[in-house]
Design a protein around this ligand. Structure first.
Ligand SMILES: N[C@@H](CCC(=O)N[C@@H](CS)C(=O)NCC(=O)O)C(=O)O
Length: 218
């Protein structure tokens, strides 16, 4: 099966899929596009104009990172999904929730006004507290083995570090379980290899391009 992932260099949703592909030792091609100036061929195949898109065998197209990741998991040996339906359903719900936290990071960089940006930071931290509260003491979300939900949260946890450098978004001391989860994820080769070269530079440029208050201080 031929897999081609359509990507934007700092998109956290793409990174979720890259981690899954890496962890499952898949062979795949990755094609980077400029989201500010997306090519026509991309707009033709991406129903929402968003990345990631996964092209399968040059003809079928999948979108939505959570769906792409389940597909990758389903067509490769081993499973990164909990076998218990209730646990699986809960994981899916928290993966969706993680997308809202990622949206917070995007919105923090979008606000033109410092006060609005700080309000968004507060919302983000409150949301992260809920994740902290449901985590247990295991290495990964469901236990000692990586699951799709871990791949879904790694890009968020990595970006929190970057946001902290610029903004003191959160005090890791108040989020010990999130911090340990982040560290455990960053120890994985699949995660390390998912971070694009010069990530900080590209992420800074992305924030500058959003032209919000944050752009003036990064
Ligand atoms: N729910 C989607 C979100 C994907 C998403 O928002 N991607 C952003 C880049 S990080 C995008 O393509 N934005 C372009 C746009 O909204 O026009 C997923 O999980 O795949």
């Amino acid at each position: 099966m031929k897999l081609e992932l359509i990507s934007f260099n700092v998109c956290p949703f793409v990174q979720r899929s890259v981690i899954t592909l890496n962890h499952k030792n898949c062979e795949y091609d990755i094609t980077f596009i400029d989201l500010l100036n997306p090519p026509d061929w991309f707009l033709e195949i991406s129903p929402l104009g968003k990345v990631p898109v996964l092209k399968v065998d040059d003809k079928d197209v999948l979108f939505e990172s959570a769906v792409i990741n389940e597909f990758i998991d389903d067509v490769t040996p081993g499973s990164l999904k909990p076998s218990d339906p209730l646990t699986l359903a809960k994981n899916r719900a928290w993966i969706e929730y993680g997308g809202t936290c990622l949206a917070d990071l995007f919105l923090i960089a979008n606000h033109k006004d410092e006060k609005d940006m700080k309000g968004q930071m507060g919302e983000c931290v409150t949301r992260l507290q809920r994740v902290e509260d449901i985590l247990n003491d295991s290495t990964f979300f469901n236990g000692e083995e990586l699951s799709l939900i871990d791949a879904a949260y790694a890009p968020l946890l990595i970006r929190l570090d970057f946001m902290n450098e610029k903004l003191n978004l959160l005090d890791w001391n108040n989020f010990p379980k999130l911090k340990r989860w982040r560290d455990n994820l960053l120890n994985l080769e699949a995660v390390q290899k998912s971070i694009v070269e010069d990530f900080k530079l590209h992420y800074t440029n992305k924030i500058k391009g959003q032209n919000g208050y944050l752009a003036s201080i990064v």
